[in-house]
Design a protein around this ligand. Structure first.
Ligand SMILES: Cc1cc2nc3c(=O)[nH]c(=O)nc-3n(C[C@H](O)[C@H](O)[C@H](O)COP(=O)(O)OP(=O)(O)OC[C@H]3O[C@@H](n4cnc5c(N)ncnc54)[C@H](O)[C@@H]3O)c2cc1C
Length: 244
């Protein structure tokens, strides 16, 4: 069979919808031609209204490349956001949605690339990093991986339970922070991802091969500046900006 070119639209079916946090839902899609992808890549979504009006957005893949038959996107509701509100308020299981991809070749990682790797995500910026973490677990890799994540409150921390479970393998480490409440459990810290926190993470992982940073524009800008300031060379930092 000739594979569908990744720039061609496919009609995907919504197989399941999960409430992941109060603001983020996970949408699981089945596609006629399951796309082979690398952790960190994204899909484009196209919505077309009956009058022909089109809206197109990019969403990172949250699922592992080992499961191309079921692509998971995790979409955060933005106030007045055109496409994200549509997904949260209108889309239902069984609906058909146009997707194309995988897209993006810079913000990607597979175990063949080696490590150690440091992943830093704010809010929904954890999505492509989770694909990397799930890929790492699916391949039972011994490469050290640290994920630094931050959200407003504990219930806003995306995939927290799964990340806590994955730490049992001894090579994946989670460093999670909440910014708008006192940390409720000993494994969560309070406060932003700041210089002392990153200094501590880099003390424990002194020579990361690649540092992936993903989130809103301000989040990525702040974290990338801190990393440079702490001596991580620019060539080792890869960023993905979601907007805002
Ligand atoms: C490569 C890539 C991957 C992405 N992956 C994801 C993902 O996995 N999950 C996800 O939820 N989003 C992701 N995004 C963002 C997504 O593409 C949309 O921009 C987002 O859903 C807003 O679209 P909207 O139509 O709801 O809002 P719009 O109607 O386009 O915008 C509403 C308002 O929100 C502002 N805004 C747009 N994006 C953001 C943002 N990220 N944070 C704060 N304010 C914003 C706009 O400037 C505008 O003022 C990704 C973006 C890129 C480029």
């Amino acid at each position: 069979m000739v594979p569908t070119p990744k720039r061609q639209w496919q009609v995907a079916r919504v197989a399941a919808i999960e409430t992941l946090t109060p603001r983020i839902k996970g949408f699981h899609f089945t596609l006629p031609e399951p796309p082979a992808f690398t952790a960190g890549q994204h899909m484009d979504v196209r919505l077309v209204a009956p009058d022909g009006y089109e809206a197109q957005r990019s969403y990172s893949i949250a699922s592992a490349p080992e499961r191309p038959d079921r692509i998971e996107l995790a979409i955060e509701r933005l106030e007045d956001g055109e496409v994200s509100s549509f997904f949260h308020d209108v889309v239902q299981v069984g609906d058909e949605i146009e997707l194309r991809g995988p897209l993006g070749g810079h913000f990607v990682w597979s175990v063949e690339d080696g490590g150690p790797i440091l992943l830093i995500g704010g809010g929904s910026g954890v999505v492509p990093l989770m694909s990397m973490v799930r890929h790492h677990a699916a391949r039972a890799s011994s490469i050290p991986v640290t994920l630094v994540t931050s959200a407003r409150t504990a219930v806003d921390l995306l995939y927290l339970d799964e990340q806590r479970r994955l730490q049992a393998n001894g090579v994946f480490r989670l460093v999670a922070r909440v910014t708008r409440e006192a940390a409720a459990t000993p494994d969560l810290g309070s406060g932003r991802i700041d210089r002392p926190l990153l200094q501590g993470v880099l003390d424990a992982m002194p020579d990361p091969r690649i540092v992936f940073v993903c989130g809103s524009n301000p989040f990525v800008g702040t974290v990338a500046d801190l990393l440079l300031d702490l001596g991580v060379t620019a060539g080792r930092i890869r960023t993905e900006r979601f907007g805002g």
